[in-house]
Design a protein around this ligand. Structure first.
Ligand SMILES: Nc1ncnc2c1ncn2[C@@H]1O[C@H](COP(=O)(O)OP(=O)(O)OP(=O)(O)O)[C@@H](O)[C@H]1O
Ligand SMILES: [Mg+2]
Length: 380
């Protein structure tokens, strides 16, 4: 059953949006609607169509993201019999069906680049050909497109044609997310309660004031769609009983728990990268410390302050003992492992700085945290 199209909302943001949409509706201008998922982009598109001179013609919604790339063109522009395997008869496309009405292109950001080229021509001239035909057809369809994607990013990444983007957004309408229009939450709740109480034949006892406040404070990541689904499940599952914050919370938590279980590959990839970067930084710091120590050792120099860019330079004490006193030629030099060298250097630097860890860290050109860690691991 088809529901009536009403754009519910009394908040200042929605009132303003409705006024603007009514002005736009009176013209044939192309409109781009931007808004988060479930915020009412299709409702707004239908509102514009219903208030336009085309209201008694077709409103044809097309979800560009849901139609497989291979058949999107034949769906939009139609095809001739035998145009491809399976095309057993000719078919009208959505553009032809929307002639003198409105075509609503949802998730426009998902439209493949090849289709975008043809689509730009349709917007500019109204002309196109069915797949498998060279005959030019004309359609006077008003175009409304919608997206929840960041189109500037898609354009910058060359996934969406810049010329098409600017042509589409002759007028841009932004639907604010539900959390920014708290005043509409209770009004929408009332409407949905009425709708589902009637549909499921339920007598609803209402919300407690605290539960109503909870509805207003929730962030609604799924916007109006989430609110609508919540109200239906609250009424059906709880059989119309008085809704307290406990009951409401249980339903909201169930939704969020499901969300947190949803794997977000982009997010986990980002976390992995962050961990990798911090490991690389740590590793580089350690390599640089070791290199400095080795250089000093090879030059057989006394351990002065290490000259790292951020280290304060203090002149080395005059009578500072060499790290490794010159060995008699005939005796083979004692072999130290890197750890031993490092341990020795730290111990000596500590001694030189009278145990002051801040000064020691500064002199060694390492952070105090790294110094603490090394003192602990070498048992100094
Ligand atoms: N202002 C509103 N008044 C009444 N119902 C609304 C309103 N906004 C949204 N809805 C309802 O919320 C649901 C989602 O709306 P709609 O499909 O228009 O959102 P959308 O932004 O197109 O979502 P998506 O990004 O998933 O395509 C629908 O059931 C719709 O009827
Ligand atoms: Mg939609």
């Amino acid at each position: 059953m088809k529901r009536d199209i009403t754009l519910i909302g009394q908040s200042a943001l929605i009132t303003q949006l409705k006024q603007f949409a009514l002005q736009v509706a009176a013209t044939d201008i192309t409109v781009l609607i931007i808004g988060e998922t479930g915020s009412g982009k299709e409702v707004l598109a239908r509102f514009i169509h219903a208030n336009s001179l085309r209201a008694n013609k077709n409103f044809v919604p097309v979800n560009c993201g849901a139609i497989p790339v291979g058949i999107l063109e034949s769906e939009l522009f139609g095809h001739e019999k035998g145009a491809f395997t399976g095309a057993v008869q000719s078919r009208k496309g959505y553009f032809e069906s929307a002639d003198r009405g409105t075509i609503f292109l949802d998730e426009i950001g998902e439209m493949p680049l090849e289709t975008q080229v043809k689509f730009l021509r349709v917007i500019e001239t109204g002309e196109f050909q069915r797949v498998g035909s060279s005959k030019t057809i004309y359609s006077d369809a008003r175009i409304i497109a919608a997206t929840n994607k960041n189109m500037y990013k898609a354009v910058a990444e060359k996934n969406f044609r810049e010329d098409l983007f600017y042509r589409l957004r002759s007028v841009e309408l932004q639907i604010p997310p539900l959390r920014e229009r708290a005043r509409d939450i209770l009004l929408l709740t009332e409407t949905f309660v009425h709708e589902f109480a009637t549909k499921h034949n339920i007598v609803f006892e209402g919300f407690s004031p605290e539960a109503a406040e909870m509805l207003m404070r929730y962030t609604w990541p799924g916007n109006v769609r989430e609110l609508r689904n919540l109200i239906e499940s609250l009424l059906v599952i709880e059989k119309g009983i008085y809704i307290t914050p406990d009951i409401l919370e249980k339903h909201l938590v169930q939704r969020n728990r499901y969300k947190s279980l949803v794997h977000d590959p982009a997010k986990s990839e980002k976390n992995e990268l962050q961990v990798m970067f911090s490991n690389i930084i740590q590793l580089r710091q350690e390599v640089s410390e070791i290199r400095q120590l080795l250089q000093l050792l090879l030059q057989n120099k006394p351990m002065g302050p290490l000259l790292l860019p951020h280290a304060t330079v203090t002149p080395p004490p005059q009578n500072y003992p060499a790290l490794m006193p010159p060995q008699p030629q005939e005796e083979p030099a004692k072999q130290y492992s890197l750890d031993e060298i490092e341990k020795k250097s730290i111990a000596e630097a500590l001694e030189r700085c009278n145990g002051n860890k801040r000064k020691t860290a500064l002199a060694l050109g390492i952070t105090e945290r790294t110094l603490h860690r090394k003192i602990k691991s070498y048992g100094l």
